[in-house]
Design a binder for this molecule. Structure first.
Ligand code: CIR
Length: 255
């Protein structure tokens, strides 16, 4: 059984942090409808949905991915790089502590879950404006004892590592090579995004299926040609807040 932890969309979503997109008006009701369909897609893939209430004080709370990273052995509670987002972690920790031992990233470390991509025993960590060296070092020391190889991957021109690369199936990554040095991805096969769709490298893998934005049809065609099973969702309002499919859930595989 899998649980998908989500958080409802804040009425203050329009006051979100933004780094690489222009601020545009956001229709919160539409964002909520789209988020509801995203949860239905997760449920359709067999996830039990556990959704935290929106907290109006935290505009970016819907992007729960950034607050914790769940491994089989431990849940790492992050210390987000954006100061405004640090209070989001406590309610997530309270839920995750029912599933796993929780271990926090501590000051001066910063780490956003959007910068962490696990594939088997390899953990790629974006070195970004949100995730610093201390955060990476703390994650490595938490995970090394559990047999993980933690590799830092510098990224450029994008928010998080998972803006630039996500996992499609074991050994295969979806990548925007403009935003990272793909030599850091040694050992993996790479499927590149269509150059007209630079934001298209974010896919959410649930077992052997994928949830993917309907905004990137050319890249989706490449994925389908590779034999991948894809369910598309419209997250256009959350994309205005710089969110994408992985950002809106934390997937917990029950042991
Ligand atoms: C932020 O800048 O923190 C939010 N507006 C967007 C976070 C997206 N999260 C993610 O990619 N993991």
């Amino acid at each position: 059984m899998r649980t998908a932890l989500t958080r409802e969309v804040s009425a203050n979503l329009a006051q979100c942090e933004l780094s690489h997109v222009e601020r545009m008006p956001i229709d919160v009701e539409k964002a909520r409808l789209q988020h509801g369909l995203y949860k239905e897609a997760l449920a359709g893939m067999g996830c039990r949905i556990r959704s935290l209430p929106a907290d109006g004080d935290y505009p970016d709370g819907v992007f729960v991915e950034d607050t914790a990273i769940v491994f089989d052995e431990v849940a790492v509670i992050t210390r987000p790089g954006a100061v405004s987002r640090r209070p989001e972690t406590s309610s997530v920790r309270d839920v995750l502590s029912r599933f796993r031992e929780t271990v926090p990233i501590e000051s001066p470390g910063t780490l956003d879950g959007g910068d962490v991509l696990s594939s088997g025993r390899t953990v790629l960590v974006g070195s970004s404006r949100r995730t610093n060296q201390s955060g990476i070092d703390q994650l490595r020391s938490i995970l090394t004892g559990h047999g993980y190889d933690v590799r830092a991957v510098p990224i450029r021109q994008c928010l998080h590592l998972k803006s630039a690369v996500t996992s499609l199936r074991d050994g295969l990554l979806l990548v925007n090579r403009e935003w990272l040095d793909s030599s850091c991805l040694r050992g993996f096969d790479i499927l590149s995004v269509d150059p007209r769709e630079p934001f298209g490298a974010n896919a959410l893998r649930i077992g052997d299926r994928l949830i993917y934005s309907d905004a990137y049809p050319e890249t989706r065609a490449r994925m389908e040609s590779a034999g991948l099973s894809i369910v598309t969702v419209d997250l256009s309002e959350l994309a205005k807040a710089e969110g994408a499919v992985t950002c809106c859930s934390i997937i917990i595989d029950e042991k």
